[in-house]
Design a protein around this ligand. Structure first.
Ligand code: ADP
Ligand code: MG
Length: 703
């Protein structure tokens, strides 16, 4: 058996870590010794010096050394034990609410104690409540030479367990040249002024006394920067590698069927825009090659990406291949299914629909049709890529609204379609523009096409910002609007975390609106409804059998009803601007004069006012995203799901964003001069999250 490098060892290899602790550590994402080393302290305690009692102030956290004067049981209020200690400069009380007999015996007069805790103003002067303390013999020092790390914990885990574990892990890994090997080329380290990897890790776990917790938090510490930089770099390299690998594979070549395409276009009620045509041409060129396409189509809400996808699908289908289209929500998948069914009605293509909700016989039939090739096109949610789904000859994978999926999910899909040595082409579509520096961590593996034009005749949506006090006015406006046989949306938003509350709010709003608007036909959709029920409501809305659709943000992406030209968004101040822009994109899709009313909860902060103002002034998704970034700082944008959830161990996109500027250059240097560093770096940082990493390296490195 080959020897396992220490950093790869499971935590149970350490003394004092049993199965139970291992389970707790796993909750923090810690499985190996390397994970432990990358589990950084959230702050430090300073026990490197003792503070004379006379210098203590309330609020300080300090190490104090003193001699016990007396220990007393106090009966006033809650039972407690108070122990008075003194040093040459003054007196301090230690107060314990939980204590054992043993403990109070130990604290007898004359005993020397080292105590660590927060100083408070007590009834009898300064005191520490439940300090950590140690009885000290004359020859023992209480001070420590480095700051004491305080780690993020989880239930059942103590600081002392973690500290001991990290200490052991450090000792083991420092002995082994492989474990903390520095894969950053010297030249990069020197120009950036970074310490070596082992120095960095040691500093962060045992920092010298002159480092403060603040330096750690604001990211100014070279040791921390170095780790964050390396992590960014590794993620970027993983994408480059993925692209490189993908491009070495072979893909089915599509043969364009000009007649079929002409027929398809002739059946459309409109002409393609120039931008659509250009992007379609780029896709067709890619798919005419022997190597797989990896293309991102970016286009603002309503720019007509779905049709571009359909024409790409047509190219695959008319070449005799299968196509899979994945959407982030059932609602959108269902709508695509209907649209594609209509667009391909004149062909003999069989289209199937597959989501997690499809069960039993229907699911079997669907899977069978995909496996034997009788279905050419499948549309669904991420359920499409479960293990049980097999394709006959999948040649094109289309991912709509890619920002709702993670990078990892996208990479994982690539292996899926492999078939007799051929891999499918990949087309991903998004309406969410992200800044270039961030694109590096998201899209480095993709070629990019932009649809920079909206179909003609679109009227910009008139947006107004209205305080919640004028709710009645807004309701009256809906009544008036609906009376003209036009439809409207009422969107209930709440903070992301609580889908349930959001759904409840939508239910309440719907019943309230129904009370005050008895003549309006109101429908309700939210995320907790059964797929079939959602679909029924959506169809009713689409067919004009319902006038007002009360919804949660489930309708954010894709929903397309041309006669709905009025949208009320509640609590818009709680959403990101790009998300609001997406939502607003549900109206203004036909030739109807359209309106979006942002019904905010007053009072609105100044920055809230500015942000909603941007939305009122602009209808350009790119401008909005940029302004939003300016006003909020990148952290908040990244913090939400709009950029596809990369899980970093150490790096923080808002704190460490400036590091990204150097990542690309460093990656190029490594690819050119130190290619041997790529694999270990990618493994070190993305090993846990990329399941197909081994496949990746096998393909890239095998001859
Ligand atoms: P998105 O880019 O947001 O996904 P969609 O593909 O949903 O946009 O298209 C929005 C609407 O515009 C749809 O109703 C679609 O049929 C219509 N559409 C697409 N292309 C054109 C075009 N060239 N001319 C007119 N309408 C179009
Ligand atoms: Mg779309």
């Amino acid at each position: 058996m080959t020897r396992q490098a220490p950093h790869k060892l499971p935590v149970t290899a350490l003394a004092g870590i049993g199965a139970q602790t291992a389970v707790r550590l796993q909750k923090l994402g810690i499985q190996t010794l390397q994970d432990l080393l990358f589990h950084l302290p959230q702050r430090y305690q300073d026990r490197t010096r003792t503070v004379p009692i006379a210098c203590l102030l309330p609020g300080m956290i300090a190490l104090v050394c003193g001699t016990v004067e007396f220990t007393d049981m106090m009966q006033r209020g809650r039972n407690s034990v108070v122990c008075r200690i003194s040093d040459p400069s003054g007196m301090l009380s230690l107060r314990f609410f939980h204590f054992s007999v043993q403990q109070s015996q130990q604290l007898k007069p004359g005993t020397r104690l080292g105590c660590y805790g927060e100083i408070r103003q007590g009834y009898y002067g300064l005191e520490m409540i439940h300090p950590e303390y140690k009885v000290i013999a004359d020859d023992i020092t209480v001070t420590e030479t480095t700051l004491t790390p305080v780690y993020p914990l989880t239930e059942g885990l103590t600081q002392s367990t973690l500290r001991k574990a990290v200490k052991q892990a450090l000792a083991l890994c420092l002995q082994d040249p492989e474990s903390l090997n520095d894969w950053l080329p010297d030249s990069i380290r020197q120009t950036q002024g970074y310490p070596s990897l082992s120095e960095a890790v040691q500093t962060l776990h045992n920092p010298p006394p002159d480092i403060t917790s603040e330096t750690l938090q604001n990211g100014d510490l070279p040791a921390l920067k170095r780790l964050a930089f390396e992590e960014f770099l590794a993620h970027h390299l993983a994408l480059l590698l993925g692209k490189h690998q993908y491009k070495t594979w072979r893909a089915p070549v599509f043969i364009l069927d000009i007649a079929a395409k002409r027929q398809f276009l002739a059946n459309l009620p409109f002409q393609l825009t120039d931008a659509q045509q250009r992007v379609i041409a780029e896709i067709e060129t890619d798919c005419g090659r022997h190597h797989p396409m990896l293309r991102l189509v970016q286009g603002d809400v309503g720019s007509g990406k779905t049709l571009v996808a359909a024409i790409a699908a047509l190219a695959a289908l008319s070449s005799g291949y299968q196509v899979a289209l994945m959407a982030p929500t059932e609602l959108l998948a269902e709508q695509h299914y209907r649209n594609f069914s209509q667009w391909f009605a004149h062909s003999d293509t069989r289209i199937v629909y597959l989501t997690g909700q499809l069960k039993g016989k229907a699911r079997q039939t669907c899977l069978q049709a995909l496996a034997d090739g009788s279905a050419g096109l499948v549309i669904g949610t991420h359920a499409l890529f479960q293990d049980s789904v097999n394709f006959h000859n999948l040649a094109l994978v289309i991912i709509d609204e890619q920002h709702r999926f993670g990078v990892q999910q996208r990479l994982a899909l690539r292996a899926k379609g492999q078939n007799r040595g051929l891999v499918p082409h990949q087309l991903v579509m998004t309406a969410t523009p992200i800044p270039r520096t961030l694109a590096m961590l998201q899209y480095s593996d993709l070629d990019i096409s932009v649809i920079d034009e909206l179909p003609p005749g679109r009227k910009p949506v008139t947006t107004s910002v209205i305080p919640s006090e004028r709710r009645d006015e807004v309701i009256a406006r809906i009544e008036h609007w609906v009376a003209q046989h036009k439809q409207a949306y009422w969107v209930c938003t709440l903070i992301e975390e609580s889908e349930q509350l959001q759904c409840e709010a939508a239910e309440k709003t719907a019943s309230y609106l129904q009370q005050v608007l008895p003549n309006v036909r109101i429908g309700l959709v939210h995320g907790r409804m059964k797929a079939a029920d959602k679909d029924q409501v959506m169809q009713a809305f689409k067919q004009g059998e319902c006038d007002l659709l009360v919804a949660t943000t489930v309708i954010e992406v894709g929903v397309d009803v041309a006669n709905a030209g009025l949208m009320v968004i509640e609590n818009p101040e709680r959403l990101g601007l790009s998300q609001l822009h997406q939502l607003r994109g549900r109206v203004g899709r036909g030739s109807l004069e359209s309106y979006c009313l942002l019904l905010y909860q007053s009072p609105l902060s100044l920055s809230g006012k500015q942000r909603l103002g941007i939305l009122r002034e602009s209808s350009d998704g790119f401008v909005i995203a940029e302004k939003d970034l300016e006003l909020r700082g990148p952290g908040e944008i990244i913090g939400n799901r709009q950029t596809g959830q990369i899980q970093f161990k150490i790096a923080d996109l808002s704190r460490d964003r400036e590091l990204l500027d150097q990542v690309q250059t460093a990656a190029q240097l490594i690819c050119r001069q130190h290619p041997q560093a790529i694999e270990p770096l990618v493994r070190r940082w993305t090993g846990g999250s990329l399941q197909n990493l081994d496949d990746l390296f096998a393909t890239v490195y095998s001859p």
